[in-house]
Ligand binder design. Structure first.
Ligand code: ATP
Ligand code: MG
Ligand code: FE
Length: 344
């Protein structure tokens, strides 16, 4: 079946067409340039941008994929988690298409979409798979028994997401927003062992309750304190060393906990997704530790890791093929949708 996927949970308007595990075309429009001026996403600005971009982006996806709307068999849309206004614009467009074309509608989970998109690149998951989704808004570890029907959240961040922590440290270091990629680049020139920053939730007392949860706000505060101490004593801030030591602290905790979860659940395939999986320190450490642990690591190219319609069409396609019942046409959106919800 040919599935049209629509994504609008944050600042990207994504529309893609997927048949089986094959991506026909993925069209994305972003309002990030408008948000960059404010140093953060403004929901109202994002909503208006989605509204303006929706029809042109659908048109572009259809013409580039060279298909007609009448050929679409099902519509999948992000129903959550995300920003309520942006989600509502996508859901409304998807409902309009479902009604107008008389095709089934599937409201799906954005974070699970970040894992499902991997199937377009590396093929179907080989049974039970571990998924780590890391982005500006999420750091979530999931056990995927069946991406269309059974996903269990093992842990998530208790405070900042990994990308968010990078953006905050970027600000501390005086780098432009979003700081993540800048901190990554700077870190490559620094010594990751220069400063020993804390590894959140790895102490023995935390392991019992939070074995697979993450916390990055204490780390960010430690970086802020370290920079302050530097300034107070009149020393020059070794920005590359700070970035490298911070980046390795994040990558260390993410990979250590994820691999421990793979071992505990006897899973030997790990999928990493979400915009933060562009991070080179994470990629490097994950590759090294997965090789040591005999885990098959799957990280798709970066354009599949950031928010896009392909991830939603990919999950929609899996759901349709699994025979899951379509959503009602009056579905709402859920800004904090739990990982136990794959479709609404
Ligand atoms: P979501 O709703 O899934 O959280 P998002 O828009 O917040 O979506 P993405 O677009 O998936 O997140 O990811 C962007 C985040 O990843 C930003 O915080 C950005 O700074 C960070 N990021 C991107 N590239 C890198 C990198 N190379 N190193 C570190 N952080 C990065
Ligand atoms: Mg984004
Ligand atoms: Fe996302």
């Amino acid at each position: 079946p040919l599935v049209l996927g629509i994504e609008t949970s944050c600042d990207e308007t994504g529309v893609a067409l997927v048949r089986g595990d094959e991506l026909l075309f993925d069209a994305v429009a972003s309002s990030m340039d408008e948000h960059a001026r404010y140093g953060g996403i403004i929901p109202e600005v994002a909503s208006r941008a989605h509204l303006e971009a929706m029809v042109p982006t659908i048109r572009r996806a259809m013409s580039e994929a060279d298909v007609d709307l009448s050929q679409v068999d099902a519509i999948a849309v992000t129903a959550g988690p995300g920003l309520v206004g942006p989600l509502t614009i996508g859901a409304s467009a998807a409902k309009a298409l479902a009604i107008g074309l008389n095709r089934p509608l599937y409201g799906v989970n954005h974070v699970i979409g970040h894992a499902a998109v991997n199937q377009l690149v590396d093929g179907p998951f080989p049974g039970r798979t571990m998924a780590l989704v890391v982005s500006g808004g999420h750091s979530t570890l999931m056990l995927v028994d069946d991406v269309a029907m059974s996903v269990t959240e093992l842990g998530s961040t208790l405070d900042d997401a990994a990308g968010e922590a990078f953006d905050k440290v970027g600000r501390l270091l005086g780098l432009p927003y979003p700081g993540g990629p800048h901190v990554d680049r700077l870190a490559r020139a620094g010594d990751p062992e220069a400063i020993r920053f804390p590894r959140g939730l790895t102490a023995a007392k935390d392991q019992a309750k939070h074995a697979y949860d993450f916390s990055f706000s204490g780390l960010k505060t430690a970086v802020a304190r370290w920079i302050e101490a530097c300034v107070d004593s009149g020393r020059e801030i070794p920005t590359a060393d700070v970035a490298a030591s911070f980046a390795v602290a994040v990558a260390d905790v993410l990979t250590a906990k994820t691999i421990a979860a793979c071992r505990a659940h006897e899973v030997d395939t790990l999928v990493i997704g979400g915009g933060f999986s562009a991070n080179s320190q994470l990629r490097e450490l994950a590759a090294q530790r997965c090789a040591e642990a005999g885990i098959d690591l799957r990280i798709p190219p970066i354009r599949y890791c950031t928010d896009n319609g392909a991830m939603i069409a990919a999950l929609g396609s899996a759901v349709v093929r699994a025979g899951v019942a379509p959503s009602d046409l009056d579905i709402g959106v859920d800004s904090s949708m739990p990982m136990s919800t794959i479709t609404v």
